[in-house]
Design a protein around this ligand. Sequence first.
Ligand code: 3AM
Length: 181
Amino acid sequence: MLRLFVALDLTDEVRQRLAGLAGGVPGARWTGLESMHLTLRFIGEVPEDQAMDIDAALAEIRAPAFTLTFDGVGMFGSGRRARVLWAGVERNEALAHLQAKVESALVRCGLPAEERKFSPHITLARLKDAPADRIGRFLSDRGLFRAGPMPVDHVTLYRSHLGNGGAVYEALREYPLENGA
Ligand code: 3AM
């Protein structure tokens, strides 16, 4: 079985900027530079033959390249159940269009449809018992964060290797987006 997800890579410049947001929250496990990405669709564990179908389906996607602008920070969960600190992206039709194409390609491969609304973000940290006041300060201090525009010219299929030190992500294949020129 392979544990897979589809994501957008970030440029080194954007990774550095996002990494610069880290700090100041006890109980936060910050995402390493090498692990930063924007998930389009978590797939989960699939057998190898289905992984090959998924690869073929992703390779058939035709969608235009675009740029992404990063905007602000937020969190998933609240109070004692605060789970994730993230950086957001500006509303982006091309991103929504691409995500919808990825979703329909995966459903055609036999995966169950994603029930949850797509909420594009980059995970900055996972939280465990982080004090609410420090989370609040993080969110207000970093609220004006902006980065980009960053060009997006491919989609990546990642494999996630779960281990004691957290997941390690391996890029399996890149699928180019189409240039308008
Ligand atoms: O890109 P982020 O960090 O938001 O949390 C996991 C990570 O998201 C998420 O998929 C991305 C790559 O691992 N993920 C892991 N297990 C998941 C699940 N069961 C999941 N998303 C949805 N359902």
